[in-house]
Each structure stands twice: as structure tokens, then as C-alpha cells.
Unconditional design. Sequence first.
Length: 328
Amino acid sequence: MTTLTKATGEAAARETPARRRRRVDRLPYLLLLPCLAIIGVLLLWPLGQVVMMSFYKLDSVRQLRGDREWPWVGLANYAQILGDPFFRTVLRNTVLFAVANVVLTMILGTLVGLLLNRLGKKMATFVASCVMLAWATPALTGTIVWKWIFDDTSGLVTWLFNKLPDGLSTAVFGRSDWTGYGWFNDPLLFFAILTVVVVWHSFPFIAVSVLAGLKSVPSELQEAARVDGAGPWRVFWSVTFPMLRPVFGILVVLSTIWDFKVFTQQFVLAGGTQDRSTFMLSIYSYAEAFSPPPKYGLGSSIAVILTVILLVVTGVYVRMVLRQEDES
């Protein structure tokens, strides 16, 4: 027993600090292994399948089941998509829509977060609970409600416009009877309504996140700025915003990803994939893959292009945020 204890003590003495540090450093990676395994099964494996399908010509379910061979086409699907003028239209729609929605969502969410921070505890809790109802509502359910609001016969918006004086309605809008008016037929009006739906569903998360960040800002700094004569805007821009820059950076990245991938709201409001003038990349990929005749390879290539765009945008923005943090 004495010999064993002595040997153990000598082995511990021979262990260098660097070796002990390397052994301890492995622990975080071991703890992450279950999460990495789940991510690999639920995300990386399907993504790899989509990437693989984009290099083949797939036009039948029998091919997906493995009953027929997959003809290899290489980069032909990507060449066909990138060479199609309609793809540039879809890409323009997607980028403009995402930029507008990210800006509006961040502005509205930040304003609501600032409002919640100034309210009393009970009122802030009540307002935050009401605001979070929009976030908690499933995208499908909320979109159906908004589609009813803009229904051309019995919708709330149609009813309100019909209540306008005929002279005012005709002078401003050029018509007095709004029954039967197709709110979703005009592409510009469709995107405006879609923007309202997406912003309504997204801003509560931004508001609550900004509120959580505001709670970490020392009130002494803001009070000192006010004593020096700074107004509310100067206090926010010079004191609050620099301290919350990492929070805003993460929120912008998340909002960009969400708005680039909008599908459910557009599919429900448009009633399917008939109106190609309002296509964005997500629904364009779906339409190419599943509309008869199906073209699963083309749809997969569009999905891969969308993923690459999101990775590039996210990487560039995260790098900018990290560089700003290093400079500060």
C-alpha cells in the first residue's frame, strides 16, 4: 500500500503544468460533444444532402426513393439558376425586403425596449406581456389573421376604407368602393403588407433583448451625461448604444437570417406559388423543387445559394462587430 501511494505521488510530481492544463482544456470539448452530435444529425446531415442533390438532375420522387439513378450534372444547375434573369429579380426582391425589414424591426424593437425601460415595474410587465403575444403567436396563425384583416370582402381594412367619405376616398385613392379590391395583387402593396406582418411578428424579440441589455447599463453614466447637458438622443447614441453594440450586432445578424428566409408568411398571403412577381429566394427554391414538373436539383441549388449568401453576410457583419470591439 505504501509502495502504491509512493508511486502515485511520484507520477503526480512528474506531470508537468502544461500537460495538466491540456488535460483540463479537453473537458469543454467533451461537454460540447452531445450538442455537436445533435447539430450534426439535425442540421449538417440534411444540409449535406441538399448540397449533394444540387449536383444531380432529379425530377421524380422515384429518384429520391432510390428506385432510379441520379444523373450527375455537376454545376449545371447552378449555371442555369445564376444565368436566369429571373433569379436576379428574385435576389433583388429578397435583399430589398430583408434590408427594409431589418431596419424597421430594429428601430421599432429598440423604441419599444426603451419605452419598457422607462415604465414602472407593473406597467412594464403588462406591456411586455402584451408585446410578447405577437412573438408567441405561430407564424402560420398570425399570417392567417392578417390575411383576414386584408380580406377583399369582409376584412377589417376593407371595411375601414369603405367607411371613408366617398369624396375623400375618390380624391386620394381614386375609388370609393373597396369591396373586392385585391390587396395582394399589386407586388408593391403585397410587399408592404408582408413587411407589416413580418415586423409585427419580429419586433417583440428585439424589444425584450434590448430591454435586457439596458438593465446592464450603469445608470450613473446616463445621469452624468444628462448633467453635462446631453439630451435623450445624445445619451442613447453616446452612452447607451456603444455599451449595447454587441447586443445590437447579434440582433442584426439574427434578423437578417430570419428575414432572408421568410417563407410561411409569403406563402400564406400569396396563396401559394402562383404570383412569381413577388418571389423571394425561399419560396423560389420551394416552387422550383415541388411545382410540377418537380426539379429537386434546381431547388436544392437555390437553397445552397441562399445558405451561402447568409453565411457571407453573417460572417462579414460579425467580423465588423469584432473589429469594432477590438478598436474600442
